[in-house]
Structures are given as structure tokens and as C-alpha cells.
Design a binder for this molecule. Structure first.
Ligand code: SF4
Ligand code: SF4
Length: 176
């Protein structure tokens, strides 16, 4: 390598430095300035309600089973009408990695991710959210969806009476 090549390489390095010195800074003066997250940004988790105001969660444990870090726990209970609900529901946000797998697994759209990323706390125990901290008054995404209108409240609902459910087939009518 010649001296000319050395000088050229050093000049190229300084060129990069100079370019970054003159570029517009990307620093944001948080918390005075706040970045608007992208629409599909995944942060704080909420439990939503159906359009009738009822809790969507049926305490099926699917979100808990899907969670790769085991930060969701709950206790299932059953109302007088046979409707299942979570007696208590807990998410430990100090372990959550905001992967969204719980929301993907949820059959009732109860558990949803929001773009609220400002959940830092000084005391780690404050990151353990109980049901009353998670349950919101709205439907979140897909505001018209009501799981119970499709599935019925309990298994005693006659078959074929759910929303968009086709009537049961009499298998004897299929025989040749
Ligand atoms: S976002 Fe991921 S890590 Fe967080 S509670 Fe849901 S499944 Fe668990
Ligand atoms: S949030 Fe959804 S997946 Fe989790 S227990 Fe409730 S209904 Fe099941």
C-alpha cells in the first residue's frame, strides 16, 4: 500500500466524521418531546370489553400458555349464567418482552397491545399489573366483535344458534 493510499483512507475516515458532524441530530429531548410510535407498535397490554360492556376475557389460559416468559397468570371462575371470567388476572411487566404472542393467541380479542410505552417505574413491584390495572372501558381494536354472540355463553346453547354458525348436519341424511 502506498502513502497516497494511506492518505486517501484517512481522508475518507475524516469525511465520514465530518458528514455526521454536519448532519441534523436525531436526538429527541424526551420527555419534553415525545416520539409518536408507529401504528403497530407494541407496548402496554390492556384487557378490553365487548361492545355490550362485558369483559371479553374468558380465562382460557391461552395467552398464559403462549407467553414465552411466563409473565401472565390468572384464576378462572364461572358466573351464575355459566359465563367464564378471570377472577384475577396478573401481568408482570418486568418480565414482558412485548412480543405480542399473547394477543395473537387470544380467541376473544380480550388481550391487546397498545402503543403506550411510558410504563417505567422506580419500584419493580409496581410493574405487576392486576386485572383492575389492565381492564379498560373500551373495545380497543375491532370494536364490533363480541365473542359470546358467536360462541354462546356456555355449552348448553343449542347448536347452530351462534352468530354465523351453520345449523348442525343430521349425519343420517348423508348416508347413501
Ligand atoms: S407480550 Fe409476549 S412476553 Fe409480554 S405478556 Fe404477551 S406473550 Fe408474554
Ligand atoms: S386474555 Fe384471551 S387468551 Fe388470555 S385468558 Fe383471557 S380470553 Fe384467554
Amino acid at each position: 500500500m502506498s502513502v497516497i493510499d494511506d492518505i486517501r483512507a484517512i481522508a475518507a475516515g475524516f469525511g465520514v466524521t465530518l458528514r455526521h458532524m454536519l448532519a441534523r441530530p436525531v436526538t429527541i429531548q424526551y420527555p419534553e418531546q415525545k416520539r409518536v410510535p408507529y401504528p403497530r407498535f407494541r407496548a402496554r397490554i390492556v384487557l378490553t370489553r365487548d361492545p355490550d360492556g362485558g369483559e371479553r376475557c374468558v380465562a382460557c389460559y391461552l395467552c398464559s400458555a403462549a407467553c414465552p416468559v411466563d409473565c401472565i397468570s390468572m384464576q378462572a371462575a364461572e358466573g351464575a349464567d355459566g359465563r367464564r371470567y378471570a377472577e384475577w388476572f396478573r401481568i408482570n411487566f418486568s418480565r414482558c418482552i412485548f412480543c405480542g404472542l399473547c394477543a395473537e393467541a387470544c380467541p376473544t380479542l380480550a388481550i391487546q397491545m397498545t402503543p403506550d410505552y411510558e410504563i417505567c417505574k422506580r419500584d419493580i413491584m409496581d410493574l405487576v399489573y392486576e386485572k383492575e390495572d389492565l381492564l379498560i372501558d373500551g373495545c380497543g381494536k375491532d370494536s364490533s366483535y363480541n365473542f359470546y354472540r358467536h360462541a354462546g355463553i356456555d355449552v348448553t346453547q343449542p347448536r347452530g344458534e351462534g352468530l354465523e354458525e351453520t345449523p348442525p348436519v343430521d349425519v343420517r341424511s348423508l348416508m347413501p
